[in-house]
Write a protein that binds this ligand. Structure first.
Ligand code: ADP
Length: 345
């Protein structure tokens, strides 16, 4: 059985007269990996700081394990944070960094030793005990920061863009490790990022925020397939957002003439909408008689396919092709037989 571990109720936050968060409401189920995704400046860190107790909200409540902790100081919450810049104690070695909170808790020396060894093994740093943290690579420093944050067994771990200082290869590796770590420890993770791929590959649930408000909270596959509006669609994955007109039940027109199958419930006949068509569903090089023709803008080799961007009457369309096209060339394309998603805004 799952239970709610964290609940944000009507949280708003101002800095001076600037509103950073507006009526934020969501809850996290225990043991889940929740990602807060949004562009820079949308309020992600502010939200995390409020959950951690480092900032106070102007309105609303934070409920943690059924108890209102809105006014509980940060150090009394069973919540730890991993920051982007690691925030390690540079005057302490790896062992001392990880042991820090355990010493405060007054655990015995042998208990601390056992726990630090186990944590170092968890983050693949066994044998690093005596190392000066300033001599570690970025990835190693972040592993120490994660081990330190896990040391006193928090119920909730907040991670604020923890991998953004790492290069792409290491970031991918650390993503896999973090996901495995979260599964093994069953600690609830609230992970902040502006990286959509990171959000898609790590999360049980994604919360998309923009300008201090939540746009959507759903599992990654649902957000990818049915974004609530074109902002969320553009933010998650690569997509063509095409002007369309609803025809009748289950059909709409794009590019004036092409008919696509869509989920039209809630839409009226002749209503204008945006249709989301992912590039993997657009095939360039079509030989069908009724296919559309666009003017190629670019043709980029992606290994398994060419990514084609083209223009048709001023609207951009991105798709895939088995062969290369020249810029300026006319190219026929067709849509895969799918049921496409419509959005009002
Ligand atoms: P994100 O983490 O999504 O990049 P932040 O939560 O850091 O966004 O910031 C949200 C908004 O609040 C931004 O416009 C930012 O400039 C502003 N802000 C954040 N912290 C402060 C602060 N201490 N004082 C004033 N404005 C702040």
């Amino acid at each position: 059985m799952t239970s709610t571990i964290l609940k944000l109720e009507n949280i708003s936050k101002y800095y001076g007269n600037k509103k950073a968060l507006t009526n934020i409401e969501w809850e996290a189920e225990e043991g889940k990996f929740i990602t807060v995704l949004g562009p820079s400046g949308c309020g992600k860190s502010t939200m995390l700081s409020i959950i951690a107790g480092l900032e106070r909200p102007d309105t609303g409540k934070i409920i943690f394990e059924g108890i209102d902790i809105t006014h509980t100081p940060a150090y009394s919450r069973a919540i730890n944070t991993v920051f982007q810049d690691y925030a390690l104690f540079t005057h302490l070695n790896v062992y001392e960094n990880i042991a820090f909170s355990l010493k405060i808790k007054k655990l015995s020396a042998s208990q601390i030793k056992k726990r630090v060894s186990a944590l170092l093994e968890t983050v693949s740093l066994s044998g690093y005990e005596k190392r000066d943290v300033r001599t570690l690579s970025g990835g190693e420093q972040q592993r120490v920061a994660i081990a330190r944050a896990l040391a006193n067994e928090p119920k909730l771990l907040l991670l604020d863009e923890p991998l953004s200082a790492l290069d792409l290869k290491l970031r991918k590796e650390m993503q896999r490790e973090l996901k495995a770590l979260q599964k093994a420890t069953k600690i609830t993770f609230v992970y902040v990022t502006h990286d959509q791929n990171e959000a898609l590959s790590l999360s049980d649930d994604i919360i998309v925020i923009n300008k201090g408000s939540i746009l959507q909270k759903a599992p990654p596959d649902e957000i990818y397939a049915k974004p609530v509006n074109s902002f969320a669609a553009q933010f998650i994955g690569d997509g063509n957002i095409l002007n369309s007109v609803v025809m009748d039940n289950g059909r709409a027109k794009v590019f004036g003439t092409a008919i696509i199958n869509c989920e039209t419930s809630g839409f009226k006949k002749d209503e204008t909408a945006y249709a989301l068509i992912r590039p993997e569903n657009v095939y360039f090089g079509s030989a069908k008689e009724n296919s559309l023709t666009a003017k190629v803008i670019s043709s980029i080799f992606k290994g398994e396919y060419y990514e084609i961007t083209a223009d048709l009457n001023g609207e951009r369309i991105k798709g895939r092709s088995e062969k290369a096209f020249e810029a300026g060339q006319s190219a026929k394309f067709e849509f895969k037989d799918e049921i496409y998603h419509l959005m009002r805004s």
